[in-house]
Design a protein around this ligand. Sequence first.
Ligand code: NAD
Length: 277
Amino acid sequence: MPTHRFDLSGKTALITGAAGLLGLEHAAALLECDATVVLTDISERQLAEAEQKLNGEFPVANILVHEMDVSSPEAIQSVQKALSNQGIEIDILINNAAIDPKVKDGTGIVETSRLENFPREQWDLQLAVGLTGALLCSQIFGSSMAHSGNGGVILNIASDLSAFAPDQRLYRKEGLPDDMQPVKPVTYSVIKAGLVGLTRYLATYWADQGVRSNALSPGGVFNEQGKEFVQRLSSLIPMGRMAERDEYRAAVQFLCSDASSYMNGQNVVMDGGRSTW
Ligand SMILES: NC(=O)c1ccc[n+]([C@@H]2O[C@H](COP(=O)([O-])OP(=O)(O)OC[C@H]3O[C@@H](n4cnc5c(N)ncnc54)[C@H](O)[C@@H]3O)[C@@H](O)[C@H]2O)c1
């Protein structure tokens, strides 16, 4: 049976930013393989909605929910302690949380997504969640995986933009001067490339204790974005379209299970072929 390698029954996976678009899909992917999932996010209301959606899709789902800010070591430790008190240890960690790095200036005088004007507070905030958050969760949950004797898996959700630079022409708005054109912020590239570095570091650090670490780099997911943007982006993708939100589920199942037992330290880029053009 080729499928037993994907079996996650008896395993517990914690997902950060689990109430968002892809977090929910990662949770569904692992529930399909019979894992217990711990959904964590900063928004209690969104977490409750996510849990409800997943309970609808999986009638016998094992779902736990914890509010957790990944930028706070105390918050992460407190979730670990609460789980531990229930006899639950984490076998799989998916570092998925991120702040949508679109910066709206609101003043109409400067475009704050541009490098020249990019606010230091936004740099600090976005890195604290997208990169430092992944480090803190790996420190806390990865250490216990390493010391448990059972090993574990860390999956960092990067982006196709971990592999190449943003094409700023995608974000151009008609009628605006060059210095007012919105751009994909620098934080996105830095966080995603940083996550690949963290992945490689972790992959070697605990390898002898059975902890594997890989990154998944998804391309853009179609989520009712504007027609013009979708057309522009699709024209850069050999497959001619953006991803459907559930198209990364099988990759998550592969990377979090024994199906990938000899894969460690890699960045799996799933981008419809964009990076090959
Ligand atoms: N959607 C895409 O097209 C796409 C493409 C490539 C990569 N990604 C990556 O996938 C991941 C998920 O993206 P998404 O589209 O689901 O985004 P999303 O904005 O829908 O979800 C991100 C979640 O992170 C949570 N979050 C924000 N700050 C947090 C904090 N301090 N602590 C804990 N949680 C926090 C948010 O509440 C949100 O639920 C991100 O890392 C993103 O960069 C997404």
